[in-house]
Each structure stands twice: as structure tokens, then as C-alpha cells.
Design a protein around this ligand. Structure first.
Ligand code: 9Z3
Length: 394
């Protein structure tokens, strides 16, 4: 999860105010529970037997199976990218949910570079988050309409008025369009949207298992911002939580009275399934996870971030952790690998221009994902050779 959970998990962020005492904050997360240990097989059984699979599970599994078969045939490597935030619904018929901070930039941008590197991409993403290629022209900062102009018949391009790309954008747009069309034509990009943390977990497990035929040519690039806490099915309210519902749902504080009753949400830790992915769902694949931190002072935070990356490798035994700080994630990441987690990590940075104290990437060197993906692809290649050399097969 990219965000250290807020001191109290209230449904409304507006209630995260000085009205809560330091004591409230201190008690909001039960630190006595060893919550961040890796989930084991019984935890997996318990989670997947007690929570409901999403309706799209079967369809996505079939599409993934076909996609993998097709690219296995063409001897391509396949990467499963997860991208965007995961929601935690408060009701089964969801009206309210807790969300996670992520636009999907890391995932969508990386997908384009993986495609350029010859991979086929399964893009498991939060619905309506950024997508490869269309990300250049979507969302509020770069509305696609701003890239268009009206062509008049006199321009010689059209017999009647028509829409065309503005001159200054058309070269870039043409290049993006060609790559997009190529990916579509060659069936290189499988877009699979999800919304909730529960769907994400069910889908990750099912799709990972469908990648099995790829052997070591399967790569997992887990950039989605995964919720740390959720409400298990047996405690979830069926309908919208009403302010008088406290006995039924256990979600509204029965001790509070009158106007301004507090809604107290009791969340369980989300099981950490990364180890199950490594050991059981995709034992031959290479698994890359992201770790994010969001505190203030860069120097100290980097120390904390590095510790967290090393701890993650120790706990889950996967292959590479990419650490990023929320504030600088577009310019800087560190790579900590399982071969020697204690050695100085590989740091990737973009050159920066400083203007008014704000840091921008320079124009020549815009996207850090290009560097990240180049490095991951290189390590994946090395690992495939290792596996072939030691086992004689992929
Ligand atoms: C990340 O750290 C991603 O790089 C970001 C990307 C979410 C910061 P944006 O989408 O942001 O470009 O806006 N992802 C965090 C992944 C995460 O939650 N990891 C979990 C963990 O380490 C599960 S593997 O416990």
C-alpha cells in the first residue's frame, strides 16, 4: 500500500480532524496483532472460501488462457502488470468505499515500454485509471479535445468541415496511434479492469495460475496500490449504512449518542498473498513488487523505505522490490534485489529542472518508467537464462 494508513480509519476523511485525540489515533490500529506476516496456505483457503469471487473471474481467466497460449506459440515473454488503486467497499450493495491513492501512471506507462521491448502485456487495472496509449490524451490535465481542431474545406484536407489533430501535436499523436494500433492488431495487450481489493485478489490468483505455461518467461510487475485493510464478507453490511444501523452492522459506535454519532469502521488486515504468488501460484515466474512510502524528510524516509524493501524481500522471497517515495516517484526509484538485498541499491533518477522550488523532469528525459522497464527486462532475461542453464527448460 503506498500510503501509511491514516491514524484512524474513518469513512469520511473530513472527520480526520483535531476532534480526535492522540489516544484515538494511537488505538486506531491494533499494533499487538502481527498483521504484516506473509499469508500461508490455510490463510489462502480461508480467504478464498469465505469471500465471493467477482462475476468476471471466469471470463477473464478464459481470455488470459487464450492470450497466454497465443503468445507462448509466438515465443513471446508475457508480463502481468497490476495498476491503479483498489477499493474497500463498506456495503455489499456499495454506496461508500475507501479508496487508495494511485492514478495508474506507473502501470500504464510501464506497459508501453514493455510492449516496446517485445512483451505481450496483461494489464490488470483499476477501472477508469490510466491506460497505455490513451493516457496521453485522457483525464483532466490533458483532455483529448485540446489536441483537436476543426479542419476547414479550404485547408485542402477535407471536403467538408472535419476534425483533425492540431499541427503541433500531430507527429506525437501519429506515433502513439501507430503503436496503439500495432498492439491491437497483434493482440499484444489484454485490458482487464477491476475495482475492489477482493476482485483484485481473486483475479491475481486466477490469472497467475493461467500464466503457468510461460514458465520463467512470465513476469509479474505489481504496481497497483493494494489496500492494507478491508471488511471481510461476514461483517459487511448488505445495504447502505444508515445512521441508525449500529446494532446490525457493528459499524456505528453504539456508545455515541445523538447528533454527530461516529461511524467507526472495524477493518481486518488484508492477507499478504505475495508469498503465495511466489511459492504456489506462479513459482517459475519472476516477481517484481513496488513499495511506497509517504513521509516527509527525504533522507530519513529513504532509510525507512530501504528497510521496508529489504523486509519485503525477506518475507515474501520474490525477486525484486522497487521502492519509491510518493512525492518523488516520478523522478526517483531504488531497486533492491533478492541476490544481495544488503548491497547499495541501484538508484534510477531523471534529471530535474528546478523552478520555483518545484522539480520537473527535463523534456529530453521524461519518463522514469523507461529506465525501470529497461532494467527489469534485463534482469528478467538474465533470470530466464539462469533457469534454462540450471533446469534445462524454461
Ligand atoms: C507503488 O508504489 C506505485 O509505484 C504507485 C504508483 C502506486 C506509487 P501511480 O499509479 O503511483 O503512478 O499514481 N505501488 C505500491 C504497491 C503496493 O501497494 N504494494 C503492496 C505492498 O508492498 C503490495 S505488493 O505491500
Amino acid at each position: 500500500c503506498p500510503i501509511t494508513p491514516p491514524p484512524t480509519m474513518s469513512a469520511s476523511s473530513s472527520s480526520l480532524t483535531a476532534a480526535h485525540s492522540a489516544q484515538d489515533y494511537a488505538n486506531a490500529i491494533d499494533r499487538s496483532v502481527p498483521s504484516f506476516t506473509a499469508a500461508q496456505e490455510p490463510d489462502e483457503k480461508s480467504y478464498f472460501n469465505t469471500n465471493l469471487p467477482p462475476p468476471e473471474l471466469e471470463e477473464y481467466s478464459e481470455r488470459t488462457e487464450q492470450f497466454v497460449r497465443h503468445h507462448y506459440h509466438h515465443q513471446r515473454r508475457v508480463v502481468l502488470i497490476t495498476s491503479g488503486g483498489t477499493t474497500v467497499p463498506l456495503e455489499n450493495q456499495t454506496v461508500r468505499f475507501i479508496d487508495n491513492f494511485s492514478a495508474g501512471t506507473r502501470g500504464a506507462t510501464s506497459a508501453e515500454y514493455f510492449l516496446e521491448a517485445g512483451y505481450a502485456v496483461i494489464f490488470l487495472h483499476r477501472q477508469f485509471s490510466l491506460l497505455p496509449y490513451s493516457r496521453h490524451y485522457s483525464h483532466s490535465t490533458n483532455c483529448f479535445l485540446d489536441f483537436l481542431s476543426e479542419a476547414q474545406p479550404t485547408d485542402g484536407y477535407a471536403k467538408k468541415s472535419a476534425v483533425m489533430a492540431k499541427g503541433e501535436y500531430s507527429d506525437t499523436m501519429l506515433s502513439v496511434l501507430r503503436k496503439y494500433n500495432h498492439a491491437k492488431r497483434e493482440n499484444l495487450l489484454l485490458l482487464l479492469p477491476f475495482t475492489t481489493i477482493n476482485s483484485y485478489l481473486f483475479l491475481l490468483r486466477a490469472l497467475a495460475m493461467k500464466m503457468e505455461p510461460m514458465g520463467s518467461k512470465a513476469l509479474f510487475y505489481l504496481a497497483a496500490a493494494v489496500s492494507d485493510f478491508f471488511i471481510p464478507r461476514e461483517r459487511m453490511s448488505e445495504h447502505k449504512i444508515q445512521s441508525g444501523d449500529f446494532n446490525e452492522t457493528q459499524l456505528v459506535d453504539p456508545a455515541a449518542s445523538g447528533v454527530g454519532k461516529k461511524l467507526i469502521i472495524d477493518l481486518d488486515p488484508v492477507p499478504k498473498f505475495l508469498k503465495r504468488l511466489v511459492e504456489s501460484w506462479a513459482p517459475k515466474g519472476m516477481i517484481v513488487s513496488f513499495k511506497a512510502n509517504s513521509l516527509g524528510q527525504l533522507e530519513t524516509d529513504e532509510g525507512i523505505l530501504l528497510k521496508k524493501c529489504r523486509l519485503a524481500l525477506e518475507r515474501y522471497s520474490h525477486h525484486l522490490v522497487i521502492g519509491n517515495l510518493l512525492q518523488t516517484r516520478k523522478f526517483e526509484v531504488v531497486l533492491v534485489d533478492s541476490v544481495d538485498p544488503q548491497k547499495q541499491p541501484r538508484r534510477l533518477t531523471l534529471q530535474r529542472d528546478e523552478a520555483n522550488g518545484v522539480k520537473f523532469a527535463t523534456k529530453q528525459d521524461m519518463e522514469i518508467e523507461e529506465q525501470i522497464v529497461t532494467e527489469v527486462v534485463r534482469r528478467h532475461g538474465a533470470r530466464i537464462w539462469d533457469v534454462v542453464a540450471t533446469t534445462g527448460s524454461l
